[in-house]
Design a protein around this ligand. Structure first.
Ligand code: RTP
Length: 148
């Protein structure tokens, strides 16, 4: 089953949105297989956002991402990467549809609450970076009620 890396950024944590975001992923039918509240520091975040290192906003992004703890999670389910991105909404909150997490809860791109992997390959790399200890393989009783 496909897995995606979803992270609630420092603003989402400080604003008390962890429960709301978890609620949406659970209600959708995805399965939480790893989660931790962590503040890993600059080097780790620079690695996570390595592909953006030449962007003008990179230093600000790293400062934002290291300003407090993040909630790192792995969610599992059919099409988890693409569906997860849909649930987060567009990167720019002004373009995120209402009903999405960013559309409902934020205003600025530099405080856009959450991160979601953009492809299966990046999801696998991000899961390995954030959860080198591995994830929990557990059986969910609701699976036959989610998948036909
Ligand atoms: P993320 O990785 O956080 O899920 O975001 P994303 O794929 O939707 O967007 P990406 O282009 O990878 O940008 C990563 C994060 O950098 C911040 N950003 N700031 N000031 C700006 O113009 C700007 N553009 C991007 C956002 O926090 C964005 O989520």
């Amino acid at each position: 089953m496909e897995r995606t890396y979803i992270m609630i950024k420092p603003d989402g944590v400080q604003r008390g949105l962890i429960g709301e975001i978890i609620k949406r992923f659970e209600a959708k039918g995805f399965k939480l297989v790893a989660m931790k509240l962590t503040a890993p520091g600059k080097e780790h975040l620079e690695k996570h956002y390595e592909d953006l290192k030449d962007k003008k906003f990179f230093p600000g992004l790293i400062a934002y991402m290291t300003s407090g703890p993040v909630c790192a999670m792995v969610w599992e389910g059919k099409g988890a990467v693409k569906e997860g991105r849909k649930m987060l909404g567009a990167t720019m909150p002004s373009e995120s549809a209402m009903g999405t997490i960013r559309g409902d809860f934020c205003i600025e791109v530099g405080r856009n609450i959450c991160h979601g992997s953009d492809a299966v390959e990046s999801a696998n790399a991000e899961i390995a970076l954030w959860f080198p200890e591995g994830v929990c393989d557990w059986e969910s009783a609701s699976q036959p009620w989610v998948y036909e």
